[in-house]
Design a protein around this ligand. Structure first.
Ligand code: CA
Ligand code: CA
Length: 235
């Protein structure tokens, strides 16, 4: 709109120049010149008012248009607020009980952190293996080749911690002793590691998975893997 106004403005002044500013013999006469200047002044004022009105009208029109637009958006917003979003009732998670815990077996594969968050959101935690019996139960239930364990060494390499903050070495001392001699490559780290694991391959493996073969491996945490959430059945 500014461009329209400017061009309109320029056209008017060009018109004034054409009409009144060409010197003639007549306007050089003092009396006639005075008359012409008065005429020119009133013409100018009239034209200026016309321009003012024009600008006012344009702005008014623009204001009206804007008001219309705001009112339309307001109506749309109200309509959105009033619209009833009908969501299907989410199906409750299917928990399976074994020993003193309930377990949820995910239908999706996620990054380790996401899996951890999803379990937490369901008032549970990414599974912590406390016994061979527990591991056997999980392995026999999973349909996939592997699931995330709630175990990682992201903070300090080779310091494996469960999601409850406990250290693998301490937490699983009994489990290690129960297991017997331990496996090659993981003599200083307890658990059911697959032979040669955890090996932090490529320097990027900080999250542990449990394989259907009943052993563990460290793999990159950003892999998409199914997971198991665990929660206590005692409270
Ligand atoms: Ca457990
Ligand atoms: Ca590995």
């Amino acid at each position: 709109m500014d461009m329209i106004l400017l061009s309109q403005h320029a056209a008017m002044f060009s018109e004034f120049r054409k009409m009144n500013f060409t010197p003639t013999t007549e306007i050089c006469e003092p009396s006639i010149a005075l008359l012409n200047i008065e005429e020119l002044k009133s013409t100018f004022i009239a034209k200026f008012r016309t321009l003012e009105n024009y600008i006012d009208q344009k702005y008014e029109a623009s204001d009206r248009k804007m008001e219309g637009e705001i009112s339309r958006l307001d109506e749309e917003l109200s309509a959105m607020k009033n619209r009833q979003v009908v969501c299907p009732t989410p199906k409750p998670l299917q928990w399976e009980k074994s020993g003193d815990s309930y377990y949820y077996f995910s239908n999706t594969a996620e990054h380790w952190e996401e899996a951890k968050k999803l379990c937490a959101a369901a008032n549970s935690y990414l599974i912590i293996i406390n016994s061979r019996t527990e591991q056997d139960f999980v392995v026999q239930k999973i349909k996939q080749s592997s699931v995330w364990l709630g175990l990682s060494d992201t903070e300090v390499e080779r310091t494996w911690r469960w999601v409850d903050g406990s250290l693998l070495q301490e937490h699983n001392r009994a489990l290690y002793e129960d297991k017997g001699k331990g496996e090659k490559g993981a003599r200083d780290i307890v658990g059911y590691w697959r032979r040669g694991e955890p090996n932090n391959a490529g320097n990027v493996e900080n999250c542990a998975v449990l394989y259907k073969e009943k052993n563990w491996n460290d793999i990159p945490c950003d892999k998409n893997v199914h997971f198991v959430c665990e929660k206590s059945a005692l409270n």
